[in-house]
Ligand binder design. Structure first.
Ligand code: GLC
Length: 425
């Protein structure tokens, strides 16, 4: 069963391969996206290690001088996507967006290294990536945690990678829409409107882009100026994991200063994660930093947290929570619990299951020794593929394919899951 699916997955990645980077899918997302690329590199590595390193290098080549790594690199013109470079106006030689995305790169580099058959090649490639990833992590804690709490805030929902999550609804109410320049969305030409964010949300997304643009994309100002500042436990867990993985790699290469800095970030982050814990929900919740209040919504953000080396007790509690959700949901892991009044099974991050999220949760659960949860997540993920193909995301009860089809990182995750099943067989 595995090989034909792996071949199909490789076919999708190849179709979306532009030589030195991949696009998430032609049409809907025709450029390079940050965390898509880094996670896709894991799938590519199974058949071409060199090409996998190139994927990370191309992404990091567009890092800003201040350390930020943008969420989109507009390598070539394509008017099928909005907002394009004419809206961001970041002034980069190769145009980029002006915000970031979940920093999975440190984690991906470590995983590529651990699995590399060619360790000499891997060490060489890491040596040049290391200072860049380190600078990105440092940028996060400088610019997105100016009061040094140990946790970084997002200043735009797109940074989370979970664009229209219910988690942002309350904080988003503070974002006005006056002065938003007229625009034409392009996503609706490629995907069903009922699977996508609403018009009102788009106006607020663009308001924030215009605000940051008016401040010259100066990251020493953006955090405090943004009406939207949310601390996302999933995002922070990804950053902590990447810091911890980068620290191990740095140690290996004898880069002790980088190792110590990233270890300190990770340790402080793990300790601070405790402030996001919600005992009644048995998981972590977001914090609305501007309001100083927890966001009372038990979304998948608090489950992704297990991707970081959180305390064993917390991982155990989250495992219980996931199994509980699993009793009410056909396919794990829904981005919003299916019994929530805000659940919408087709609408992007307000209910659907995403394979990259499943992968990160399964990975963390594995490290925590929660094998029952891992087995269920892997089984559900593979069934989704068999039933509905390599979609962007899936209805967690019907398994319906939603959003864009033939999606690169979904294909990469399938290769990961199948290779893992093979290793365990
Ligand atoms: C959407 C997703 C985001 C992803 C991008 C490209 O914006 O929410 O996580 O990176 O599409 O696939």
């Amino acid at each position: 069963m595995a090989q034909p699916l792996i071949d199909r997955a490789l076919g999708i990645i190849q179709k979306n391969d532009k030589g030195a980077y991949t696009v998430p899918t032609h049409g809907l997302y025709p450029f390079q996206w940050n965390w898509d690329s880094a996670l896709t590199a894991l799938g590519i590595a199974h058949h071409d290690e060199k090409r996998a390193w190139t994927e990370l290098e191309t992404l990091m080549a567009h890092q800003w001088e201040d350390g930020m790594v943008p969420h989109i690199v507009f390598h070539q013109e394509d008017d099928g996507y909005f907002p394009g470079p004419d809206v961001w106006r970041t002034g980069r030689p190769v145009p980029t967006s002006g915000i970031t995305q979940p920093p999975v790169c440190g984690f991906a580099a470590r995983r590529l290294y651990d699995r590399a058959e060619d360790k000499i090649l891997a060490s060489e490639r890491i040596r040049s990536l290391l200072p860049k990833i380190d600078a990105w992590h440092d940028w996060f804690y400088r610019c997105r945690d100016p009061r040094q709490t140990g946790l970084v805030a997002l200043i735009h929902p797109w940074e989370s990678g979970r664009d229209n999550s219910v988690d942002w609804d309350l904080a988003f109410e503070r974002v006005p829409t006056d002065g938003v320049e007229p625009f034409e969305r392009r996503d609706l030409q490629h995907a069903d409107a009922s699977h996508r964010p609403t018009q009102a949300q788009y106006e607020r997304y663009i308001y924030l882009v215009q605000l940051f643009r008016s401040l010259g994309w100066d990251n020493t100002k953006l955090h405090d100026a943004s009406p939207f500042q949310v601390v996302d436990p999933g995002f922070n867990a990804i950053l902590i994991r990447s810091c911890s993985d980068l620290s191990d790699l740095a140690e290996l290469l004898g880069e002790h200063e980088v190792a110590a800095r990233n270890r300190a970030f990770a340790e402080k982050g793990i300790a601070a994660m405790e402030t996001l814990w919600s005992e009644p929900n048995s998981q972590y919740l977001c914090l609305d930093r501007k309001r100083g209040k927890q966001v009372e919504n038990a979304s998948v953000a608090g489950l992704i947290s297990v991707f970081a080396p959180i305390p064993h007790k917390r991982a155990e509690q989250i495992a219980g929570r996931i199994m509980d959700i699993g009793r009410r949901t056909r396919f794990l892991v829904p981005s919003q619990p299916t019994d929530s009044p805000f659940f919408d099974g087709e609408r992007y991050w307000r209910g659907p299951a995403w394979l990259i999220v499943n992968y990160m949760i399964a990975d963390g659960m594995e490290a925590a020794g929660q094998h029952e949860v891992v087995a269920r997540i892997v089984k559900d993920s593979l069934q989704l593929i068999e039933q509905s193909g390599f979609a962007e995301y899936y209805h967690p009860n019907t398994g319906e394919a939603c959003g864009g089809k033939t999606f690169t990182w979904t294909a990469a995750m399938v290769i990961e899951f199948l290779s893992r099943s093979r290793e365990m067989a």
